[in-house]
Write a protein that binds this ligand. Structure first.
Ligand code: TPP
Length: 403
């Protein structure tokens, strides 16, 4: 047969042309889920050996245990009207904590909003979490954000933005900057499978792939974007396959399995830093809690479905592993849970009492000097609060002459 004339496409990695008229099937790409640990906390037969040392395992476990208690308590505080809003990471503790554990301190984190465990793993203190949720004067963000919109310059954790997906191109750009500076570091970018429907996802991945930015895109596929189940969000195999389309390495991992997440992210980090390339990681773990304190999942899913996934608890699986390794004492573990509950409650009460930031903080830190238009808005705000003091009980009484 005569040789087919070459199709002139420099990116075409297939050396073959064809005379057969046929579609590439929509199922041509389906990615298996990488696993290590079974539900009894034992390595699957034939699983790869874990490289996680005892110290890291303990830190992961303690972070997950803390964040579970913290989340429960903060949701209760929201229900009592003590804070305005909250979001739990229930069901995704292993995905978030073990991925953070596979990073180095110099690696930057761009999170969506359900990744408080990554920040806790880095060392954000209970008090810092509390101050942020209470928007008080000790909050690093000076009370300018909604609860759970954490940020820490010291811990390389970029402040959360509410608009969905914005962190994706930002992370790509940040990682590109790291590469230009010659830093041996990566950037991890967390987002949900819902955010992967935003244009920013496609722009960010394409940009990172073309410019060879060492960024780890960590898609938390937890089955729902608020009330919309994944099958109503997209038709393909999931998020990981999309990385192939953008020309980057991709991997799918069991997000309930802390060991598997740790190894997957560790490998991805090594690859990204060594080759200056992005990697897409898709974690599969169910979002057990409501989307946020404003959501009621009984309107869109069956309790039986939740119960199935509740039985597949990431913390419980890792706890069993830890016990089998002899790295955890059961009685100590119970005591620690009680101790954390008390600590969280004490911190909550203390934080609640801390005064609110000065009102003028609302216009500072953006420009070196407050520009005219912001000053005008600030003056109008002051007048408004003076006119309706009962609507602003936390602020009105503190509007002294200096304010
Ligand atoms: C640009 C934009 N559109 C819509 C919203 C409203 N919104 C907030 S969270 C969310 C769903 C996010 O789902 P997913 O990314 O899967 O994350 P999950 O909450 O499941 O972890 C939506 C639609 C938003 N914040 N920003």
């Amino acid at each position: 047969m005569a040789k087919l004339m070459n199709v002139d496409n420099p990116n075409n990695t297939s050396k073959e042309d064809t005379l057969e008229l046929q579609f590439v099937s929509e199922h041509a790409l389906s990615i298996p889920t990488f696993k290590m640990l079974d539900e009894n906390g034992e390595l699957y037969k034939g699983a790869m050996a874990s490289s996680m040392d005892k110290e890291t395992a303990i830190r992961i476990y303690e972070t997950m245990r803390f964040i579970r208690v913290f989340d429960e308590r903060m949701l209760a505080a929201q229900r009592q009207g003590r804070i305005s809003f909250y979001m739990q990471c229930l069901g995704e503790e292993a995905a978030v904590t073990a991925s953070a554990a596979a990073l180095e301190d110099q690696d930057m984190i761009f999170a969506q909003y359900r990744e408080q465990a990554a920040l806790a793993y880095r060392g954000f203190s209970l008090e810092q979490f509390m101050h942020q949720n209470f928007s008080n004067a000790k909050d690093l963000g000076k009370g300018r954000q909604m609860p759970i919109h954490y940020g820490s310059k010291e811990l390389n954790y970029c402040t959360i933005s509410s608009p969905l997906g914005t962190q994706i191109p930002q992370a790509a750009g940040y990682a590109y900057g790291q590469k230009l500076k010659g830093n041996k570091a990566t950037t991890i970018c967390y987002f949900g499978e819902g955010a992967a429907s935003e244009g920013d996802f496609h722009a960010g991945l394409n940009m990172a792939a073309v410019h060879k930015a060492p960024v780890l895109f960590f898609a938390r596929n937890n089955g729902y974007a608020i009330s919309t189940p994944a099958h109503e969000q997209f038709k393909g195999d999931g998020i990981a396959v999309r990385g192939v389309g953008y020309g980057m390495k991709s991997i799918r991992v069991d997000g309930v399995d802390a060991l598997a997440v740790f190894e997957a992210v560790k490998m991805a980090r090594e690859y990204a830093v060594e080759n200056n390339e992005p990697v897409l990681i898709e974690s599969i773990a169910y979002r057990l809690a409501a989307h946020s304190s404003s959501d009621d999942p009984t309107g869109y899913r069956e309790k039986a479905e939740e119960d199935t996934f509740r039985a597949n608890c990431p913390i419980e699986r890792f706890r069993k592993f830890m016990l089998k390794q002899g790295w955890l004492d059961e009685a100590e573990d119970e005591k620690a849970k009680e101790r954390i509950k008390t600590e969280v409650l004490d911190a909550l009460k203390a934080s609640e009492k801390v005064e609110k930031p000065a009102l003028e903080e609302i216009v500072t830190d953006v420009y070196a000097e407050v520009p005219e238009h912001l000053q005008k808005q600030y003056d109008q705000l002051k007048e408004h609060i003076k006119k309706y003091p009962e609507a602003y009980p936390g602020t009105s009484g503190r509007l002294g002459e200096s304010n």
